[in-house]
Design a protein around this ligand. Structure first.
Ligand SMILES: [Zn+2]
Ligand SMILES: [Zn+2]
Length: 328
């Protein structure tokens, strides 16, 4: 077998996962492709191994999952924080507490610098360390708020990034405390105020881009074939379209956007809309109006829960699909 393992196929395997009648075959397919250098994009090597690790973990084979997570770290030495967090969580769940804590503690500073690093806290929370997870979230919030107070002359970019982190950490902390049955404290009130303020901020915009137009893979390819002029409005590859949407939504939520969501476009739908309205389907304005018209048919709320199915249609959990991708 010399077939290349594409990112799409990895997504698909992640979606099948342990529900598949033969999860071992899926793991073998992933690991085999890595062993034989058949991963289409070498940057997906770690991803392939982590999907295999996840299938093994869900099947109860934590030791082999750990071996694959460890290998994912070695395969991508420059970009392995997420793999290290996964490894740390597995070590904790294997009762190798000292090693697991060491791995996660090394990643803890990321909570104050990387808006996406909340996966570090997830691993703690999912390993029975909710109290420590809350302590880390509180510590990171303290540190970032203190930094924004003392660094009055921080660049606008740095301020934006701090706002994104404060928002994300406060929400994660709020939800975890709620799960633990804890009463609201000052930071929980802050989390509620931020969420409410962002809703108002968005309401105040006449037609803020609260809803983005998403083309599923097949529709995306068909759309570019049917209207080549739309190549000006979209990237050439669907993966990029998907990544752009996730990034735009992350950014909008960081700027206080709430009620964010996606509507799903179809070639037939756009053709009918353009025909009915007498407009040009390749016009950016038509695309906006088409997206607005889809609102009634149903908006996919964003973000999905971390453990819910991803919005992009991969069938994989959000935290293993577009969430980590937006970090790239
Ligand atoms: Zn609340
Ligand atoms: Zn996705």
């Amino acid at each position: 077998m010399s077939e290349l393992l594409t990112a799409d196929r990895i997504d698909e395997i992640g979606a099948l996962g342990p529900a598949s009648p033969n999860p071992a075959a899926l793991v073998a397919e992933l690991v085999g492709a890595v062993d034989e250098g058949r991963v289409a994009d070498p940057d997906d090597t770690g991803y392939a191994l982590l999907v295999a690790a996840d299938i093994l973990e869900q099947a109860g084979d934590l030791a082999d999952a750990l071996a694959l997570a460890t290998r994912a770290i070695a395969e991508q030495p420059d970009d392995n924080a997420y793999a290290r967090a996964v490894r740390g969580g597995l070590l904790l769940r294997l009762d190798r507490s000292d090693e697991g804590m060491a791995e996660l503690t090394a990643l803890r500073p990321l909570l104050e610098t990387d808006p996406d690093a909340t996966y570090v806290v997830d691993e703690l929370a999912e390993s029975g360390h909710a109290e420590l997870a809350l302590e880390w979230l509180t510590g990171a919030l303290d540190a970032i708020l203190e930094r924004t107070r003392t660094q009055q002359h921080a660049s606008e970019d740095a301020q934006d990034e701090a706002a994104v982190m404060i928002y994300g950490l406060a929400q994660q902390r709020h939800d975890l405390r709620e799960e633990q049955g804890l009463p609201h404290d000052e930071y929980d009130n802050l989390a509620d105020r931020l969420r409410a303020a962002s809703t108002h901020a968005l309401d105040a915009l006449d037609d803020g881009p609260a809803t983005l137009l998403f083309w599923p893979k097949g529709e995306f390819d068909a759309m570019l074939v049917r209207w080549p002029a739309l190549a000006d409005s979209y990237p050439p590859a669907w993966e990029e379209h998907r990544a752009n949407l996730e990034r735009a939504l992350v950014e909008a939520s960081g700027m206080g956007g709430a009620d964010l969501g996606l509507v799903t476009g179809t070639v037939d739908g756009l053709a009918a809309f353009a025909r009915d309205t007498g407009s040009d389907p390749t016009d950016a304005e038509t695309l906006d109006e088409y997206a607005d018209s889809l609102d009634e048919a149903g908006v996919t709320a964003w973000p999905p829960g971390r453990n819910d199915t991803c919005w992009c249609g991969s069938g994989t959990k959000y935290k293993k699909c577009c969430l980590p991708r937006s970090r790239g």
